[in-house]
Ligand binder design. Structure first.
Ligand code: 13P
Length: 254
């Protein structure tokens, strides 16, 4: 089955990896990343982005950051600008992850500012949205997702510079994955919301990734859903073998 938008298989290493294990993981992904149909991306912690970019150079595997500041530079102790990520070899940056929203009180407006900064620096922003378990139980999933999309994505976003990641908060790191039909329902809703709110820029053609306990065993069923264009993978991206097995599942569908 051909998949028109092409798959993006992205690893979010979160706060894991030092130069010893992190760079050998990057090298192993690079070795298994050559000649693939799916696009591969690793997002190591900020301390490793430059070395990881050097380690995967020439393999086709891209590197991304996990956050950036909305300002281009200045007095923001501890923060990293989008231009710094680009300078370190990043092509992507993950923004608005639920762990950032929870740990650092990032709201939609903050995520929108960061996304605009990423675009200004020439990065592709992976904007994360997702409902909590309580919101799902209350039947609010689709309205929560719509509000997050409208608030977190700048009006000028395009399918070339923006990827959306649907990550149900209750599925992250819990081993509980959205069943493929649940994921497809929300992904289809995201695409229609993008058409409605950002239709002028064609954002409904952006790639929409699923994240939340994606593993080699459940990846084929998730990736074969019509509106699932890849994965944003946490735990399983820390093992090259598992991450590459998910990439194999994507390649098999292309
Ligand atoms: P897990 O794959 O560990 O559930 O993490 C998903 C995630 O948060 C990726 O950004």
């Amino acid at each position: 089955m051909a998949h028109a938008r092409g798959f993006l298989i992205a690893g979010n290493w979160k706060m894991n990896g030092q130069s010893s294990d992190g760079l050998s993981l990057a090298r192993a992904v690079a070795a298994g990343g050559k000649g693939r149909k799916a696009d591969l991306l690793i997002c190591p912690p900020a301390t490793l982005t430059k070395a990881a970019a050097d380690a995967v150079a020439g393999s086709g595997v891209a590197v991304g950051g996990q956050d950036c500041h909305p300002a281009a530079s200045g007095a923001h102790t501890g923060d990293i600008s989008a231009a710094m990520l680009a300078d370190a070899g990043c092509r992507y940056v993950i923004l608005g992850h639920s762990e950032r929203r929870a740990d650092h009180a990032e709201d939609d407006a903050a995520v929108q500012g960061k996304t605009a900064a990423a675009h200004a620096a020439g990065l592709i922003a992976i904007v994360c949205v997702g409902e909590t378990e309580a919101q799902r139980d209350a039947g609010e999933t689709l309205s929560v997702i719509s509000t997050q999309l409208r608030g977190s994505i700048p009006a000028a976003a395009t399918p070339e510079n923006t990827v959306v990641a649907y990550e149900p908060v209750w599925a992250i790191g819990t081993g509980r994955t959205a069943i493929p039909e649940q994921a497809q329902e929300v992904h289809a809703h995201i695409r229609s919301e993008l058409a409605q709110s950002f239709g002028g820029s064609g954002l409904q053609n952006a790639r929409i990734l699923y994240g939340g306990s994606m593993k080699p065993g459940n990846a084929p069923d998730l990736l074969c859903q019509e509106d699932v264009d890849g994965g944003l993978i946490g735990g399983a991206s820390l093992k090259a073998e598992d991450f590459l097995a998910i990439a194999d599942a994507a390649d098999a569908l292309m």
